[in-house]
Design a protein around this ligand. Structure first.
Ligand code: UD1
Length: 433
């Protein structure tokens, strides 16, 4: 069987109920590393990016950049160099884009640098339709001609892109990143209104500025980019992953024991920390970049709404739902960013949770315990919720389809084993995923 087929059959088997003790280190942010890597298409010079996590999504982005003509070398530890050599292909093929929607991030840089790009339409995915219309509308406003043919976005700007005043109807993270990258090499000034504020957008702006881009306003809803003729090489280290950190905080609160979280980016998690406080979970700083999680004996219910940064991230919704199952009253979580992002609810209910869905709100009633069962990892973040649930549940939990987990959580089983979790991988022969 080829490696990819085996990956689809991999399951994680967790023996729950262990007290965990030790250090969990937060890796570099996947959602920052991906746009940072795509930005290396904008220069002919070498860019070194450090603190890149070892993940399937990162592999997909490396393969994509490689296909286009970027030579990637491992320097040491988490550092890689990226150098655009001879352009080999102006096409981001379906085989790669279908594995990871964030592949759309190559569209802006390719169009700006080469004047042409073909990117497979990302299509639907497990958490809703997730269109890319806002990316395309903005690029058209910058002078690109775009058609959709045979499932591919074909975009051309033979005379180069032109600065434009972009109003995003909806806040979009990768949309803001795509347009920011495209605008660095466009002629004249681009203004992005209603831009995303996420720390990963800011990290990209910081890296682009080091490459010679003229950007201001990142971290606000209005970003201004004055196009330049060319960009140069640089060194950049990716920011820590706030979603992995938040996942570790929940895991730590529910599994008791004594876990130190290293590289916990409190400054990106201010709202999340406040929600944790309201539940009765306290993030206590013990050194410059380490925290421990203390909890009250009784956890309080809360109502959460997912919103764009700096409010509650949709990417922590499933993990907090698991947590709130153990509060002493009824909680509600409303998902405002994505439709159909409650696929973990039936899976949590299989473990003993009592959650109902009413429209875009999940109503979480308290339960005393979870008991191990077979469950499915339905998307990337939902799979992290399953891992937390499995660690809390009595007995054995088998999580199927864990390739989702490997897309976004670096060496999760190794990290958890190092703090005493009983967790192993198995290839399940009868899996038909
Ligand atoms: C990014 C993150 C993802 C996170 C999400 C929301 C990366 C690689 N991924 O995804 O982990 O869950 O932000 O914080 O950074 N939309 C449109 N048209 C568009 C673009 C978006 O309607 O052209 C809608 C989406 O369907 C969604 C909302 O806008 O309802 C926000 O999506 P967006 O911020 O674009 O998410 P991503 O950038 O794909």
């Amino acid at each position: 069987m080829v490696k990819e087929e085996l990956k689809l059959k991999e399951a994680l088997i967790i023996e729950g109920g262990n007290k965990l003790k030790g250090v969990l280190e937060v890796s570099g942010a996947k959602n920052a590393a991906l746009p940072n890597m795509a930005a290396t298409l904008l220069t002919d010079e070498e860019v070194v990016i450090d603190n890149i996590p070892d993940l399937l999504d990162i592999e997909t982005m490396k393969n994509l950049l490689n296909t286009i003509g970027v030579q990637i070398n491992h320097i040491k530890d988490k550092a890689y160099s990226f150098k655009l050599n001879e352009v080999k292909s102006l096409k981001a093929p379906y085989e790669l884009v279908s594995k990871m929607r964030a592949s759309i991030l190559v569209l802006g840089p390719m169009l700006a640098k080469f004047g042409y790009a073909e990117v497979s339409l990302p299509g639907g995915c497990s958490i809703g339709t997730r269109p890319v219309d806002l990316h395309l509308k903005a690029l058209e406003k910058m002078g690109a001609e775009i058609t959709i043919e045979h499932g591919y976005i074909k975009a051309s700007a033979p005379k180069g892109l032109k600065g434009a005043h972009i109003f995003f109807d909806k806040i979009t993270v990768t949309g803001t990143e795509n347009i920011m990258m495209a605008a660095t090499l466009a002629e004249g000034k681009t203004i992005i209104e209603n831009a995303a504020l996420e720390p990963e957008v800011v990290d990209l702006a910081v890296m682009l500025r080091k490459m010679g881009a003229n950007i201001k306003g990142e971290g606000t809803h209005r970003i201004e980019i004055e196009g330049v003729k060319s960009l140069k090489g640089t060194y950049h280290s990716v920011i820590p992953d706030r979603i992995e950190a938040g996942t570790f905080a929940v895991l730590s609160a529910l599994t008791g024991g004594n876990i130190v979280i290293k590289n916990y980016p409190s400054h990106y998690l201010e709202y999340v920390n406040e929600v944790l406080e309201n539940i009765g979970i306290h993030i206590v700083k013990i050194s410059e970049n380490e925290v421990v999680v203390k909890r009250d004996d009784i956890l309080k219910p809360v109502n959460i709404e997912t919103r764009e940064y700096p409010l509650f991230p949709t990417d922590l919704q499933a993990q907090f739902m698991t947590l709130l199952c153990f509060a002493n009253g009824v909680s509600e979580i409303t998902e405002n960013i994505f439709e159909n992002r409650f696929m973990h609810v039936p899976e949590l209910n299989r473990l003993g949770a009592d959650i109902d869905i009413k429209g875009k709100t999940a109503i979480i009633k308290p339960v005393k315990k979870f008991s191990g069962a077979h469950v499915k990892a339905t998307d990337l973040r939902a799979s992290a919720a399953m891992v937390i649930a499995g660690l809390v549940a009595e007995g054995e939990t088998t999580i199927h389809s864990i390739y989702h987990l490997d897309r976004g959580y670096e060496h999760i089983d190794t990290k958890l084993k190092s703090i005493g979790a009983k967790i192993r991988r198995e290839i399940l022969e009868n899996e038909d995923d």
